[in-house]
Structure formats: structure tokens, C-alpha cells
Design a protein around this ligand. Structure first.
Ligand code: G1P
Length: 296
């Protein structure tokens, strides 16, 4: 399936302070999850859903990300000369993966501000926003479903997931009404990072959005919100309440496998889960994990 008109936007300009000192000179999006930088999983997900044009919004230390998606002729030459075709394929794969573009955010003024930086590149097209802290298992193709919903409903589509009420304050949260489809809801209200007692539901926005270009006009006048930052959630709340002239906002409720790499503990869990599921590492890792767990 190919959604040719969609572009993908991946904000990657955060400071990554939770991972200092690892992120002192390297963006957190380049931290390895098993043996691939986190951002490569996200680009692969966009490509898997049929998107070929990917714009990464970068901050400082952007060269690491740019280099990762570029070819490295010296390394490729060495691997070719050694006849190491497996490693050569891995190196070439990330450079050939997608048509990757970069734009700088300049100042870190929030997710909404980062998305607005995509306006020049995206132009008048619908686009997907993928946040790198949320990794979605390739066996549970969420974005493909969201692009289809966008096409069918002509409306903004966000990904929602039920989370433990104790964690709801870490997310944008949606009030919803049912639709004729089981895993699709109509979003009536969005609140960025509410207190547990103020949350309108336990449905959290996980970092996947399919947006129309009309969101840019809204972001132009969105005032700083939670944390003094320009919040994408606030712009989407305006769309959900009938602003922007679009067809409102719908949520796809995701029940598949999601790995959070946003903080250190979740990052470690994501690596263990993904590695134990892999054919090359799992058979040795799983029994070791059982033995190890018995000792603690
Ligand atoms: C961002 C969004 C939030 C969303 C979350 C998903 O927050 O602002 O609405 O629920 O991503 O991961 P962040 O985690 O960047 O603070």
C-alpha cells in the first residue's frame, strides 16, 4: 500500500536531559535500541506505511542524525573488500531507506513549534508526525490504519492508548465518543498532561498523528501552554472543538505492542523486550533472563 501524498515529520530536537551524560554530544534519537538508533525504527515505520519523504526536525548535534541516513563510502568500501556483505547491507540499508530531509528548530519552544517548522517542506499536503520516544512494533501497523482513516474521514487522526491512571499526567489526554468502528473514536476534547483527577479519560495520545496542512495556521497563533511551550495538543484541541474548518479529530485506539524509550527504565525494558523477541538474540537471551530473574 502506498500513500504517496503523505509526508512524515519526525521531531528530534529535544535536549534528552533524562539520558545525560549519554546525550551530552549525541541526540537521544541516536541512542541504540538493541543495534539500531531509535530514530531508524521510526523512519522504518513511516516507510512501511508507504511514506517515502521524511523530514526530521533537528536541534543541536544534528550531524549525527544526518550522517546516519547518509552513505559512508569509506566504510562501505572496506566492508566490500572484506566480503562482509551482511554488515554492508546494514550500512547501506539506512542510507537508502527513505528520502530524508532535515530542518532545524533553532530554539526548543515545544512540539507545536517543532511541527510548525515543517510547514515549508510539507506545504499543502497531509502529513504524519511520529515521535521518536514511542516505538510501535512493526507487526502492529498502526500508522497504516491511521492513514486509511484520514483518507476515509477527511479528518485529523491521532493515536490513543489506554494507560494506567497513575501515568496519565505524562500525556495528552482525550475525551471521546464512540463511532461505528470499534477501535476508532471521535475526539471531543484534548488536554495536555492533566493531573490524574482532571484527566477526561485514560486514553493517552501516543506519538502518532496524521494531520492536514490546516494545522499550520492554527499553530501560528497557538499560545504557549503547559510548561510554557507551544503544544501540538492545544492546536488539536482547537480542531476538535470545530476550529480550522476541518472534519474534527478522530482517534485510533491502539492495542498493539508499543515500546516507550522516553526515560531510562522504559528504555531498558524496550531493549530487553525487542532483543528477546529477535531470532538472532532471543534464543540465548531468554533463558539467561530467566536465570537472572531467579537470582534477584
Ligand atoms: C508529547 C505530547 C503528548 C503526548 C506524548 C506522547 O509529550 O506533548 O501530548 O501524549 O508526546 O509520547 P512529551 O512526551 O514529548 O513530553
Amino acid at each position: 500500500m502506498s500513500h504517496k501524498p503523505f509526508k512524515a515529520v519526525i521531531p528530534a530536537a529535544g535536549l534528552g536531559t533524562r539520558f545525560l551524560p549519554a546525550t551530552k554530544a549525541m541526540p537521544k534519537e541516536m541512542l541504540p535500541v538493541v543495534d539500531k538508533p531509535a530514530i531508524q525504527y521510526v523512519v522504518e515505520e513511516a516507510v512501511q506505511s508507504g511514506i517515502e519523504d521524511v523530514l526530521i526536525i533537528v536541534g543541536r548535534n544534528k550531524n549525527n542524525i544526518a550522517n546516519h541516513f547518509d552513505s559512508v563510502p569509506e566504510l562501505e568500501e572496506k566492508l566490500r573488500a572484506k566480503g562482509d556483505h551482511d554488515k554492508l547491507a546494514k550500512v547501506e540499508y539506512s542510507s537508502d531507506l527513505a528520502d530524508v530531509h532535515m530542518v532545524r528548530q533553532g530554539e526548543p519552544k515545544g512540539l507545536g513549534h517543532a511541527v510548525l517548522r515543517a510547514r515549508g517542506h510539507v506545504g499543502d499536503h497531509p502529513f504524519a508526525v511520529l515521535l521518536g520516544d514511542d516505538l510501535i512494533d512493526e507487526r502492529d501497523p498502526l500508522l497504516t490504519k491511521m492513514l486509511e482513516e484520514y483518507d476515509q474521514r477527511g479528518a485529523t487522526v491521532i493515536a490513543l492508548m489506554e494507560v494506567d491512571p497513575e501515568h496519565i499526567h505524562m500525556y495528552g489526554v482525550a475525551a471521546v465518543e464512540p463511532t461505528d468502528e470499534d477501535d476508532v473514536v471521535k475526539v471531543t476534547q484534548l488536554v495536555e498532561k492533566p493531573k490524574k483527577e482532571d484527566a477526561p479519560s485514560n486514553l493517552a495520545i501516543i506519538g502518532r498523528y496524521v494531520l492536514g496542512p490546516d494545522v499550520f495556521d492554527i499553530l501560528e497563533h497557538t499560545e504557549p501552554g503547559k510548561g510554557g511551550e507551544i503544544q501540538l495538543t492545544d492546536a488539536l484541541q482547537e480542531l476538535a472543538s470545530g476550529g480550522g474548518g476541518g472534519g474534527g479529530v478522530y482517534g485510533v485506539v491502539f492495542r498493539g505492542r508499543r515500546y516507550d524509550t522516553g526515560d531510562r527504565l522504559d528504555y531498558i525494558k524496550a531493549i530487553v523486550q525487542l532483543a528477546s523477541d529477535r531470532d538472532d538474540l532471543g534464543p540465548q537471551l531468554r533463558p539467561w533472563l530467566k536465570d537472572f530473574a531467579a537470582t534477584i
